[in-house]
Design a protein around this ligand. Structure first.
Ligand SMILES: O=C(O)CCC(=O)C(=O)O
Ligand SMILES: [Fe+2]
Length: 405
């Protein structure tokens, strides 16, 4: 029996019951008000003004009293006194009104982090001792802190077997050395069709709109190479679909980590993955890149944007073109009929901010459905996480450890 889950379920049941009780008190108060007002009319003679006003005052007092009873119970649980059950059930329980002075939101338990590495025992021990034994805690913390960070471009020890099993070693090397790579033929014909059917317009924030988007973001090859590129505990930054038609203007060259001051750090901060939903050919309006530009670790100048030649990435529909946040890239003109559909996904290092976030209730649903990897992409396992990050000793230690993996 999973006691943690059982307790969390009970917390949720109690939380809901309290608001339901308050709402019920209010409704009963209203019924009482109507009942008390109707009493003077029950006699055979017409009610006097004094009897009527007495009934109205008593009825209103009953209503206020009942509401205050519900409000008092709510106060006892959440320290949030409201005479009337004003906030909607959804706002109250979903966690979406982050920052409200009180909330009945009980975060669902996170799926356990099964992706363990050699420092996870230290993380576990240190987080147990954080509040009770500061000397041992500091020693463990220093062990973690003092670990060598994986050098830029190297595959961390823990990740290496996964990269090997998935046949991604050459892609990692190419991504690091050239700034981009292509994972050929990742989508099955059925999955490609599903992605195409869901990608019908230029749209942002698509993750919750169709299950195929979550599946595309969580693809195991993509998750493995993203961990190589943007580190353990990386996040989902954004997800968009685009349709390019013949004659539409080209996208000028740029770097994707466009908020980061140059010179860019030696580690990559952002990885873009584009699922080609139609063939990338020279005349299709494919993504173009400037080979070697990632090594410059800076943005192109205004002149360079206009004058630097770029080359199309060529690949079949169902492949994924991936690039480093520092590489200069754009897209070329589409000179043939038809459309070029792309599903764009960006992942970022855990200490940088995501481009897109979702209401907590949406994230919770996605995490419930897709489990651990989705919880990681939503940034729920580390110290910088919401909602409970800062109270979570494990999360604190994990953030320290992940920066070194
Ligand atoms: O549309 C393309 O081919 C490239 C788009 C782009 O620059 C990106 O997704 O970062
Ligand atoms: Fe881009």
């Amino acid at each position: 029996m999973d006691f943690v889950k059982m307790i969390a379920d009970w917390q949720r049941i109690v939380a809901r019951s309290v608001l339901a009780f308050h709402a019920m008190c209010f409704v009963l108060g209203l019924v009482t008000l109507l009942g008390v007002i109707s009493v003077p009319y029950l006699s055979d003679t017409a009610p006097t003004a004094a009897a009527l006003s007495g009934a109205v005052v008593s009825g209103v007092l009953c209503l206020l009293g009942m509401s205050a009873l519900g409000g008092g119970v709510r106060y006892a649980f959440y320290g949030d006194f409201k005479l009337l059950p004003r906030r909607s059930f959804r706002a109250y329980f979903s966690g979406d009104d982050d920052g409200a002075e009180s909330s009945a939101y009980v975060p669902p338990p996170l799926p356990e982090r099964t992706q363990r590495a050699s420092d996870d025992d230290v993380i576990d021990q240190a987080s147990e001792l954080m509040l009770t034994d500061s000397a041992t805690f500091m020693d463990l913390f220093d062990q973690l802190q003092g670990r060598q960070c994986t050098p830029p471009g190297e595959i961390p020890e823990e990740l290496a077997p996964r990269i090997r099993e998935l046949g991604l070693e050459a892609n990692c090397k190419e991504l690091w050395e050239q700034g981009y790579t292509v994972l050929e033929d990742v989508a099955s014909p059925e999955f490609l069709e599903e992605m195409r059917a869901a990608s019908t317009e230029n749209a942002l924030h698509v993750l919750p709109k169709h299950p195929v988007f979550a599946q595309a973001a969580l693809n195991e090859k993509l998750m493995a190479i993203a961990e190589f590129s943007v580190g353990a505990g990386f996040l989902l930054s954004n997800m968009a679909t685009s349709i390019k038609r013949k004659g539409e203007p080209d996208l000028g060259i740029h770097c994707d980590q466009t908020w980061m001051p140059a010179p860019f750090p030696e580690h990559n901060l952002m990885l873009t993955a584009c699922w080609a939903l139609d063939d990338y050919t020279a005349d299709s309006g494919a993504t173009t890149i400037v080979p070697g530009s990632a090594a410059l670790r800076r943005y192109p100048t205004h002149e360079e944007i206009k004058s630097t030649p770029s080359e199309p990435i060529l690949c079949k529909a169902g492949s994924i073109a991936l690039w480093d946040g520092r590489i200069w890239h754009g897209n070329g003109p589409r000179t043939i009929d038809g459309v070029r559909r792309v599903l764009h996904i960006t992942y970022n290092r855990l200490y940088t901010r995501q481009m897109e976030t979702y209401p907590r209730s949406v994230e919770d649903q996605l995490i419930e459905k897709y489990g651990e990897p989705m919880a990681q992409l939503m940034g729920r396992y580390d110290y910088l996480a919401k909602p409970a990050g800062k109270e979570d000793a494990h999360g604190f230690m994990r953030a320290v450890a992940y920066a070194r993996r």
